[in-house]
Write a new protein. Structure first.
Length: 140
């Protein structure tokens, strides 16, 4: 079985956008199985909804949702991670700290673009940091 990595939702969005930043994410996850806290589905759906609000056609967003749903991604329940994430938070969103808590619990790397999250995780793989990951701050 391939080694696992926890993938942060912004990196999944990079993959779904299939822009220049996707290459860096692909390099970080190549040959590894992907895992994430179960709330990644909401994180990804919310980011895709923002992309639609910024003018990306609904059919394009639907295609990206279909692609996302085919990604082999093991989802872990959030409840067992909540106290650990709560204890880790330091001015970050608790939802982001759930990714760190899962990576630490499983003793696997966290693939993220967020420098602060990478510093909070002893095993992080920090891909190129940009000012923001949101769909409005894109790479074409």
């Amino acid at each position: 079985m391939a080694a696992s990595v926890v993938i942060h939702a912004p990196c999944v969005i990079d993959l779904l956008r299939n822009g220049a930043r996707a290459v860096e994410v692909l390099e970080a996850i190549y040959g590894r199985s992907l895992v994430a806290p179960a709330h990644i589905d909401v994180d990804v759906a919310s980011a895709l909804a923002l992309m639609q609000q910024s003018g990306v056609p609904a059919d394009d967003i639907r295609m990206r949702v279909e692609i996302y749903l085919r990604i082999p991604l093991r989802r872990y329940e959030v409840a067992p991670l909540m106290l650990d994430a709560w204890d880790r938070r330091a001015g970050r969103f608790l939802s982001d700290d759930l990714y760190v808590a899962l990576a630490e619990h499983l003793e696997v790397p966290l693939v993220t673009r967020d420098r602060d999250l990478a510093q909070a995780c002893s095993r992080a793989i920090l891909v190129q940091v940009t000012r923001g990951w949101g769909p409005l701050r894109g790479d074409a």
